[in-house]
Design a protein around this ligand. Sequence first.
Ligand SMILES: Cc1cc2nc3c(=O)[nH]c(=O)nc-3n(C[C@H](O)[C@H](O)[C@H](O)COP(=O)(O)OP(=O)(O)OC[C@H]3O[C@@H](n4cnc5c(N)ncnc54)[C@H](O)[C@@H]3O)c2cc1C
Length: 372
Amino acid sequence: MSDVVVIGGGVIGLTLAYELAGRGVAVTVLDQGPMGQESSWAGAGILPPGNPQQAVTPEARLRAHSHVLWPRLAEQLRTETGIDNGFRRCGGLEIREDGEPEQLDSEIEQWRTEGVDVERLDESGAIGHEPRLGRGLVAAYRLPQMGQVRNPRHLKALIAGCVARGVTLRPGCPVHSFVRLSSGSRVLAVRTLDGELFAGQFVIAGGAWSGRFLSELGCRTASVRPLRGQMALVSSLPPLIRHVVNVGSRYLVPRDDGRVLIGSTEEAVGFDKRNTADGVGELLAFGRRIVPALASATFERAWAGLRPQSPDGLPYLGAVPGASNLFVAAGHFRAGLQLSPITAVALTQLLLGEPTTVDVQPFRVDRERSGH
Ligand SMILES: Cc1cc2nc3c(=O)[nH]c(=O)nc-3n(C[C@H](O)[C@H](O)[C@H](O)COP(=O)(O)OP(=O)(O)OC[C@H]3O[C@@H](n4cnc5c(N)ncnc54)[C@H](O)[C@@H]3O)c2cc1C
């Protein structure tokens, strides 16, 4: 029997399993499909910076701790599995093509307050960093510490790392429900296609699918729903840009091999992962506008993933009220890749009954509901 059963083999469940196994815990990860092929695979892998000493909000603290953990995790995975997950600090540009020149001032101030390096740029400064940007920029800044990870490679590394650490991975094993004590206060097992699986503790890390469990468990305050994000991939050699380029919620992410990811849409269409002509067309038009030379790049492919969105956009990290051995790590929305290292550390500490590195109270499952 495992000490811990993790439901969901995305970046959250796999990083948690890897961390727990590193602490000597016997872990089983169950996924309804293949491991690591949902939102975590579909994402862009943008890792915004942070500074744990000066982060002010609970969310910024999570981001800042992850910022510190990412290089260590990448190195550890490379050592243990031989897989390079492509983590690097490529820097990021935030730009605007229209509106007031001052429109990014409050964001720049916020980064400074958080103790994160930020450079305000005018158009020529931005073009100095990325000569192929289109002209006519009205506002820009640069975050030299912005990072990225090649998430499909990272997932491969996590899967290999979990195997190396003795984690039992069971793809194609959907969890249907929980077997609970009649008082409801403890979960004894999960019901799967292959029968009941008993364990000491359980973690729901089911990404956009976690909402079903939360409502079945009677969590009235918590919910998670899918928000589709479409992505287009183009390539061009030699590489056209070096920085992640953000324009609000749209972005370009350059990989070292000349590929550029263009993302992403935000669509409330349920569990529908199809690409649409409109979605992909808009992304390609956006890419060409920001970097005109992308017009002659090769179109490789498009895909879509389902972001796990909570009402306030923040993850749920903690115990399910009333069930002492059932935990949730879900609802990371647009930030699950970046927040996965600190999520794994904090959940491991909670499961082992240790004080947590970051305060997880603001992320508790029964926090006041806002949004949706
Ligand atoms: C287009 C796009 C771009 C993104 N870009 C970024 C980015 O740049 N940076 C960033 O940090 N984040 C980004 N994200 C968000 C990020 O991908 C997610 O927050 C993160 O992947 C969530 O991880 P997860 O493990 O919770 O979910 P998932 O990766 O979706 O994994 C959940 C797993 O649970 C399994 N599961 C569900 N129900 C069951 C069940 N009943 N039984 C067994 N298994 C089950 C699923 O099959 C799935 O494999 C992006 C997302 C999208 C879609």
